[in-house]
Write a protein that binds this ligand. Sequence first.
Ligand code: MLT
Length: 410
Amino acid sequence: MAKINDNYLKLKAGYLFPEIGRRVREFSAANPTAKVIRLGIGDVTRPLAPAVLKAFHDAVDDLATTDHFAGYGPEQGYDWLINAIIEKSYKPRGVSLKTEEMFISDGSKCDCANILDIFALDNVVAIGDPVYPVYNDTNVMIGRTGEADDKGYYANVVYMPCNEANNFIPALPTQKVDIIYLCFPNNPTGTVASKAELKKWVDYANANDAVIFFDAAYEAFITNPDIPHSIYEIEGAKRCAIEFRSFSKTAGFTGVRCGLVVVPEEVMGTTATGERYSFNKLWLRRTTTKFNGASYPVQRAAAAVYSDEGWKQTREIIDYYMENARIIREGLTEAGVTIFGGVDAPYIWLKTPGNLTSWEFFDKLLNECNVVGTPGSGFGPSGEGYFRLSAFGHRENVIEAVERIKKNLK
Ligand code: MLT
């Protein structure tokens, strides 16, 4: 009989968001008249920007003509998209990248998981706590960890607690690690890291031959001009960092699917026999073997984000969500709730009132306010006692949800 990958059995529960979906479906079935407002998973609600939609349509029409038909594209993405991203998103921030250093994909979640293919299993990983659960779970799945303890910490992983005391910025590990996950603006805490804070990590990585996985999925939501959008704004980062970006939240592509990874040629690892080897070469080899590229119309739509019109329209959508974030922040603060984030990120991280556990507060909000959020403990043990609200809802729903919560907590 074929054997399963036993590592999957180490995983504690189902993935966080399907579990929330299951509980909400159960609640709705039992309470069919309740108008449930979903501010849980960070799923966008605004339609695509008109310029992006037009490019998408035009590209589909291309497929109907012999002259413009597109079959397999380059596995790592079309140059016209990669160069548009470099010109518009990186160059103005003083970051120069080669076309060969960027890889277009069908989304950042897959990239964060797939990147593990090119790293040996005996690398030690350091992961924030709480953080986007994909980092932890994919390391469990691939077999890098031991079993979880009662709290949910897996053996052989270095967890970096992020809490109020450290402003939700992890401290440098006290033991040597090889791979460090950093996510800024942070999911779930909505907090950001300054240049000085990121510099400490880049210096640590370069001094310890470690690689930073920098998840910048929410960079477009930064409002403070002093906060870096890319790890490569930090001197020395091109020698030690791989950066992930996503069109999901930036351009409303959660259902369209497009992301990117930057693997600078200078980022090196060692072979089993001690020679230095470029991760860029390995990632190219992996990509060309295991992926056939994001679809042509999707890449055309993504490229339109960088046109003058597309850029402006996309910015307006981001501003809409950040206004939602302001409404949530101010409303909950008025209700006496302690909140974090929501200024440079579309997530508001709050302390559960009345010392409720994260899941107790989830149930209270669902049952008493018919509002869905995300329990902080779902992002890691240090998220216990916290709760995340997403700013990606429809404006009228956000306003109503805040009113319901305020009334309930008075
Ligand atoms: C979230 O709510 O944390 C995100 O939507 C999950 C994701 O981007 O995969």
